[in-house]
Design a binder for this molecule. Structure first.
Ligand code: HEC
Ligand code: HEC
Length: 389
């Protein structure tokens, strides 16, 4: 009896250990922090999330023109850090075949402070008006930790089917260095702090150390000054923590776990092989490794993002030049988290992966044709695979 009891205790302990182990190994829930963060990094994640959720007012510096009142307003589906139903508008014009940016930039803010004296509008001479939907931030700390050289190498590698792909060389506003851009539909930013500064000014109208002056399409500095009573930069350091809001946003985004992957089946395993053999993986590169990092959760980790982070012309370009990207170029969209989204492509015009693939032309034409030539059941296996990543 006693032996049995000990055996039962040992079995229970093993079971407990197995449960704890499997819980530790289970993918973190959507919107949670990277597994294995130190207590201080986990605290930075929480503080960052709080700021990311904070709704700003004109007294905090919101506006004069803005698209949203908090980061989370456009990044909250299916969890904070995700996407939203909002879209943003950009406009420009083509003169003698050359793209010309409107004074004050191509972003046309949707809203303005209550008296609306500083409401931007699409310029009368605009010949291009583009729509962009939000991009989920899940796993962006891992993307940030990919060394420039790894992306550059993908650009330099010879690729079949006449596929080109170039690294988006941009100036990182956070460090002033020339870096490989990797965030945004046009790979226009290289770091999360840089994107945070950009988004705080351009989406919310809050000036900060990286973007210290108000800008809005079609409005002069004098007009903007007359609409704005808060001294720049509006994002001040917290006297207690010493951090700015842009630091908090960057911390939250850096420590946000990647989207979870759904369980596969024999059919999706076959679909993954077809994804490779059709040539999708030439651009939608399944894995890139991060470089060395002092943060263990980011240190030499595989990033299963399904993107080469390069700029390509696949015929979907939205006509706006931005960062290093020409009007016809777009960054290969990372496909991870595809099962969390309904609208696809930069303008949200595709409502399922098939429709997104149909829009692939230009550099992707031979690959798209190979997808077309698959037997219906193979096409279905490839799509089923996409629905798990
Ligand atoms: C009005 C909606 C809106 C608000 C508010 C907003 N965003 Fe975004 N976000 C977008 C859109 C749209 C994109 C895609 C932009 C593009 O590339 O053209 C985006 C893209 C991003 C990306 C790029 C993600 C990637 O992996 O490429 C980051 C990072 C980001 N936003 C951070 C922020 C932060 C931080 C804030 C708050 C300061 C914020 N956003 C506020 C709409 C919004
Ligand atoms: C030449 C490079 C290239 C090839 C080859 C390619 N893609 Fe893409 N893919 C892109 C680019 C660039 C985008 C972003 C286009 C945009 O938003 O305008 C994209 C977007 C997508 C999207 C939408 C993702 C999102 O977040 O909205 C899906 C789905 C997709 N590709 C699947 C595939 C599949 C499946 C194949 C193979 C049949 C394939 N792609 C081949 C470059 C490529």
């Amino acid at each position: 009896m006693r032996i049995y009891k000990r055996f039962a205790q040992a079995a229970a302990a093993l079971l407990f250990a197995a449960v704890v182990y499997s819980q530790r190994e289970a993918p973190p829930p959507v919107g949670g922090p990277l597994p294995g963060l130190s207590a201080s990094d986990a605290a930075l994640f929480e503080a960052g999330k709080e700021d990311f959720l904070e709704v700003e007012t004109p007294e905090d510096g919101l506006g004069p023109a803005f698209n949203g009142r908090s980061c989370a307003e456009c990044h909250s589906v299916p969890a904070v850090g995700g996407i939203g139903n909002q879209s943003v508008t950009r406009a420009g014009s083509v003169v003698n075949g050359q793209y010309v940016e409107p004074a004050g930039g191509s972003l046309i803010h949707k809203f303005s402070k209550p008296d609306h004296r500083c409401q931007p509008v699409v310029p009368r001479n605009a010949t291009v008006v583009a729509t962009r939907i939000p991009i989920a931030i899940f796993g962006d700390g891992l993307i940030e930790a990919i060394p420039d050289a790894a992306i550059q190498e993908l650009a330099d590698n010879a690729k079949p089917d006449g596929i080109r792909g170039r690294a988006a060389m941009v100036i990182d506003p956070a460090s002033g260095e020339r870096r490989v851009g990797r965030f945004g539909w046009k790979a226009q930013q290289a770091t999360l702090l840089g994107f945070a500064g950009d988004a705080y000014l351009f989406e919310m109208g809050i000036t900060n150390d990286l973007f210290p002056s108000e800008v809005a399409s079609g409005l002069t500095a004098d007009q903007l000054a007359a609409c704005d009573g808060v001294a720049d930069p509006e994002d001040k350091r917290d006297p207690v923590t010493g951090r700015r809001s842009i630091d908090n946003f960057a911390n939250f985004m850096r420590f946000l776990a990647p989207p979870p992957r759904l369980p596969g089946t024999p059919e999706t395993a076959r679909g993954e092989q077809l994804f490779q053999s059709a040539g999708c993986a030439i651009c939608h590169r399944p894995v890139i490794q991060t470089g060395p990092s002092e943060i263990r959760a980011l240190d030499r980790r595989p990033v299963v993002l399904y993107s080469d982070l390069l700029l390509h012309d696949i015929g979907t370009g939205d006509g706006i030049a931005q960062g290093a990207a020409g009007p016809n170029e777009m960054r290969t969209a990372p496909l991870w988290g595809l099962h969390l989204r309904k609208q696809l492509l930069h303008d949200g015009s595709a409502l399922n992966p098939e429709q997104a693939i149909e829009r692939h032309a230009g550099e992707a034409s031979p690959v798209r044709d190979r997808f077309h030539d698959l037997q219906p059941r193979d096409r279905q296996a490839l799509i089923r695979f996409l629905e798990t990543i």
